[in-house]
Design a protein around this ligand. Structure first.
Ligand SMILES: C[S@@+](CC[C@H](N)C(=O)[O-])C[C@H]1O[C@@H](n2cnc3c(N)ncnc32)[C@H](O)[C@@H]1O
Length: 365
C-alpha cells in the first residue's frame, strides 16, 4: 500500500551554497525554504528519494522525527520513547548522535545524547551501538533550543558528497558538492564545451559531465533509507528507471593539469564515474580546445598548494583572453586582489569554506 506520510525534511548544505540547493530542489518540483545551513521542505517518500538521488550540492537529507518541549532529563527519556524509532532502526546498527544545546535548561550535550539513546532503546527491542569513526553509522541530530527539542535522522547514510567515484585523491581536492555548486551557480548551459585548466583529480570536470549527461550523482551508491521499515522498493526502482530514461549525451568536457600524477588520478576517477571527459597533461594549452568555452576552475591559490598565486592567476587570465573568441568563466579565489590579477572583469557570486579556507566564486556573467 502506498505510504502517504508527509515528512518534515531538511537538506543540509554547506553555508554559502544553500540558495543553489534550493534551486536544485525547485528543479525537482519541490518547494522549499532557505535557512542557514540548508533548505527546509516537506514531502513523502517520493520527495525523500528524489532529493537523495538528485541533489548535487547537499550533504545529507534529514527527516524530522520528534519535536517537543523539554526541561528535565527524565522528561527527555519519556518523550523520546513515544516516537516510532523502529521505522528508522529496524535492526541493531551503529549510530552517531550529534547534539547542540542553546539557551536551555538541558545544556550538557553528552548527557542529552545518553538520554536520547535511552529513550530510543525503550521503544526498540534491540540495541543501537555508538559509532566510533566519522561517517560510520546513521546520524541522529538533536537540537535543544530555548527548551524545545527536535530530533532528526539522516536518510542518506554516508555524506552525499561521496558519490563513489573518487578512487584516487591528489593535493587539495575540491568537495564534489562544491564543484557542482560552482558549475550550477555559474549558469553553464550544459551544452557549451566546458574546460577546467587546473583539474587536479578531475572533480569539476566529472561533476560537469554528470550534470551535462543528466546523470543523478547518487546513481551508484546506497542510502540509509533503503534499510528503513517503510522502504518502498518499487517506488525507488521507478525513480531510478525514470532517471535512466532521461540521460543525455555527454557534452564536451576538458580537464588539463601540469601534473601527470593528477591527470592519471582524474582518468581513473572519470572511469569509475562512467563519464566521458578528455584529460591531458598540459599547462594552458594553445590548441585542441574549441574557440567558445565555459571555463570553471579551482586554481592553486597558494594556501594549500605552495605557488606564486598572483603569477598563476595572471597567466590564467592572459590565456583566456588570447586563446578563445568567447568565454564565460567561473573561478575560485580567496580574496578580490587575487581575482583581479586575472585582468578579467568579474563578480563575486558565492562565498564558502573550502577545506577551512574562505573562498569566493568569481564569474564574468
Ligand atoms: C587546487 S588544485 C585543483 C584541485 C581539483 N579541483 C580537484 O578537485 O582535485 C590546483 C591544481 O592546479 C595544478 N597546477 C598548478 N599550476 C599549474 C599550471 N601552471 N598549469 C596547470 N595546472 C597547474 C596543480 O597540479 C593542482 O592539481
Amino acid at each position: 500500500m502506498e505510504n502517504k506520510t508527509v515528512f518534515k525534511l531538511f537538506a543540509v548544505s554547506q553555508p554559502g551554497i544553500e540558495k543553489i540547493t534550493l534551486l536544485e530542489l525547485e528543479d525537482l518540483g519541490i518547494k522549499g525554504k532557505n535557512v542557514p545551513g540548508g533548505v527546509e521542505f516537506r514531502g513523502g517518500l517520493k520527495e525523500l528519494y528524489l532529493s537523495n538521488l538528485w541533489l548535487r550540492t547537499a550533504n545529507r537529507i534529514l527527516v524530522r522525527v520528534a519535536s517537543f518541549k523539554v526541561t528535565a532529563f527524565s522528561e527527555l527519556v519519556k518523550k523520546v520513547s513515544r516516537y516510532p524509532w523502529d521505522i528508522y532502526f529496524p535492526f541493531s546498527q551503529k549510530v552517531r548522535i550529534r547534539v547542540t544545546c542553546r539557551k536551555s535548561k538541558l545544556y550538557h550535550s553528552k548527557a542529552v545524547a545518553e538520554r536520547v539513546l535511552k529513550g530510543i532503546h525503550h521503544r526498540l527491542k534491540h540495541k543501537l551501538e555508538k559509532a566510533q569513526f566519522e561517517d560510520e553509522g546513521t546520524s541522529i541530530i538533536v537540537r535543544i533550543d530555548n527548551d524545545f527539542c527536535t530530533i532528526s535522522v539522516s536518510s542518506s547514510g554516508i555524506s552525499l558528497h561521496k558519490r563513489g567515484y573518487r578512487v584516487v585523491e591528489t593535493e587539495a581536492p575540491l568537495r564534489e558538492t562544491l564543484a557542482s555548486a560552482m558549475i550550477l551557480a555559474s549558469g553553464w548551459d550544459r551544452k557549451t564545451p566546458l574546460v577546467d585548466p587546473f583539474c587536479g583529480s578531475g572533480t569539476i570536470s566529472i561533476e560537469a559531465a554528470l550534470i551535462g549527461g543528466n546523470i543523478p550523482p547518487g546513481l551508484n551508491r546506497e542510502f540509509a533509507f533503503m534499510k528503513w521499515k517503510n522502504f518502498d522498493e518499487s517506488l525507488w526502482n521507478q525513480i531510478l528507471e525514470d532517471a535512466r530514461k532521461n540521460m543525455k549525451d555527454f557534452p564536451e568536457v576538458y580537464g588539463f593539469d601540469i601534473s601527470e600524477r593528477a591527470i592519471k588520478a582524474a582518468i581513473k576517477n572519470a572511469k569509475a564515474a562512467g563519464v566521458k571527459v578528455s584529460f591531458k597533461v598540459a599547462s594552458f594549452p594553445e590548441d585542441g580546445v574549441p574557440p567558445l568555452v565555459y571555463v570553471i576552475t579551482n586554481p592553486p591559490y597558494g594556501k594549500r598548494i605552495k605557488v606564486n598565486a598572483e603569477k598563476v592567476y595572471k597567466k590564467f587570465g592572459n590565456w583566456l583572453k588570447k586563446s578563445f573568441s568567447g568565454y564565460k568563466v567561473g573561478f575560485l579565489a580567496p580574496y578580490d586582489r587575487l581575482a583581479s590579477a586575472t585582468g578579467i572583469k568579474c563578480k563575486k557570486i558565492l562565498s564558502f569554506s573550502n577545506g577551512g579556507i574562505r573562498v569566493n566564486l568569481y564569474c564574468n556573467r
